[in-house]
Design a protein around this ligand. Structure first.
Ligand code: SAH
Ligand code: SF4
Length: 428
């Protein structure tokens, strides 16, 4: 999501005659887009700011700006604590950037952090940088108001709002015409996407169909689905279109009913498993991935075992696994105790990681011998002689280069695997 936001910032600034450089020694302004989701994300930014002091000593005119969630969360406090920061801009204030840069004087500090109920940057055509020219993100909504007890997002990104579907389809079409072959529609809870218009409402299943209709050669992915809102209707639309990828990211967070309640996730393990059954029913070859938090407030050994049990039942293809980090202003911070000792959190996280590693390997082994349509994304990081791409299930497949090029679709038969990668041969 931050990547997509940086592309919007790039568009806003290049329209005002600024140019983007990847070479930090060429830059007059350094903009750091930030995440506030866990404490370690913020600590990394603090470290980066410290490292940039050496550069600023040599090139004293260089100004540093902090963008995004950390700017929103810390506002003026950040400028007081970090003396080399000149401006901070929250996620809904990027349009103010050109004006700020034009008017900021040496030694001055500026901040724009007002959140909006309506800003979606719908009219802005993001500048795609640092991409493979094949896959792109499209932001379809902003903000979140689910208020999961552990989560800082509702406080840093404001209320949920959806973007005009026509502008989304237009962006997808333009990307396709430029040679892109895959778009990922982004939102904190895409299932609650809704656009009201005189001609009727557009919900997420309809939006998916509209984007999939742009061209059968354009793959469509999405993230993230909140389990409480994942509808059968969406699964039916996914089944209808070959170019809607068969991969669902369904963050579980915990396998314990008690924990889910404390987290304010608004589903039970039973409901979650019912959604997994629905996915398997409509989309038998769909991969399922998740997010999980180890060591949330009050988590007992029994709760942790319930999470491991959930992993055994669902058999995820991939998981993003985190240790709970208490975030300021959240419900948890105000009303709960961060009472699971760090060593226990670490041990529980390691147990989840180890189990997931075994499951991913077993899942991948089942793919050996199968043939998948792969969208080629680029040259393999390991060898110049190999290309890599993904199948519909979002699994990375590596294979010999031959005379193929990124952006092409090829059929690849899987011959070997690791827990993270499939290795295959192109079918002639
Ligand atoms: N909107 C998405 C999640 C976005 S945040 C959803 O609801 O699924 C991405 C992930 O970060 C979350 O799914 C959660 O697993 C993790 N996360 C969020 N807050 C956290 C915290 N305080 N400590 C640890 N992990 C956290
Ligand atoms: Fe955070 Fe919950 Fe919103 Fe996801 S749904 S962004 S976890 S508050």
């Amino acid at each position: 999501m931050n990547f997509a936001d940086s592309e919007i910032v790039g568009a806003i600034l290049t329209k005002e005659h600024y140019t983007i450089t990847k070479d930090i020694d060429q830059a007059d302004y350094i903009l750091i887009n930030t995440c506030a989701i866990r404490d370690n994300a913020e600590q990394r930014i603090r470290k980066r700011l410290h490292e940039l002091k050496a550069l600023q000593r040599q090139r004293q005119w260089v100004k540093i700006g902090i963008l995004g969630c950390m700017a929103e969360r810390l506002q003026k406090q950040l400028m007081e604590e970090e003396d080399n920061v000149s401006f901070i801009v929250g996620p809904d204030a990027y349009r103010k950037l050109p004006d700020m840069l034009a008017h900021i004087h040496d030694g001055e500090k500026l901040a724009e952090t007002l959140l909006s109920d309506s800003e979606t940057y719908a009219d802005i055509d993001p500048v795609r940088y640092d991409t493979n020219g094949i896959s792109a993100y499209i932001s379809i909504m902003r903000g979140c108001q689910n208020y999961c007890a552990y989560c800082v997002v509702p406080y840093t990104r404001g209320r949920e709002r959806s973007r005009d579907p026509q502008t989304i389809v237009h962006e997808a079409r333009e990307l396709f015409e430029k040679g892109y072959r895959e778009v990922t529609l982004l939102g904190q809870n895409v299932n609650s996407y809704r656009w009201h218009s005189e001609n009727g409402d557009v919900g997420f299943p309809e939006l998916m169909a509209m984007v999939a209709d742009v061209n059968p050669l354009l793959r469509v992915r999405f993230a993230t689905s909140h389990p409480k809102d994942l509808s059968d209707e969406l699964l039916q639309v996914m089944a209808r279109y070959d170019n809607i990828c068969k991969c669902i990211h369904l963050p579980v967070q915990s396998g314990s009913e008690r924990m889910l309640k404390l987290m304010n996730r608004r589903y039970t393990p039973e409901w979650y498993l019912n959604r997994i059954d629905a996915i398997r029913h409509y989309l038998p070859d769909c991969s399922i991935t998740t997010d999980v938090i180890a060591g949330f407030c009050g988590e007992t050994e029994e709760d942790h075992q319930a999470t491991l049990e959930m992993f055994r039942k669902v058999r995820y293809d991939y998981a993003y696994m985190f240790k709970f980090s208490m975030r300021p202003n959240t419900y948890a911070e105000k009303h709960m105790q961060d009472d699971v000792p760090d060593v226990v959190k670490t041990r529980r996280l390691e147990e989840i990681i180890a189990l997931q590693g075994e499951i991913a390997l077993e899942n991948n082994k089942k793919e050996v011998g199968k043939t998948f349509e792969v969208l080629i994304e680029g040259v393999s990081h390991r060898s110049e002689q190999q290309l890599f791409g993904r199948n519909s299930q979002n699994k990375v497949i590596v294979f010999d280069r031959g005379d193929m090029k990124p952006g092409q679709y090829v059929n690849v038969r899987v011959v070997r695997c690791t827990s993270a990668t499939l290795i295959g041969e192109v079918e002639k």
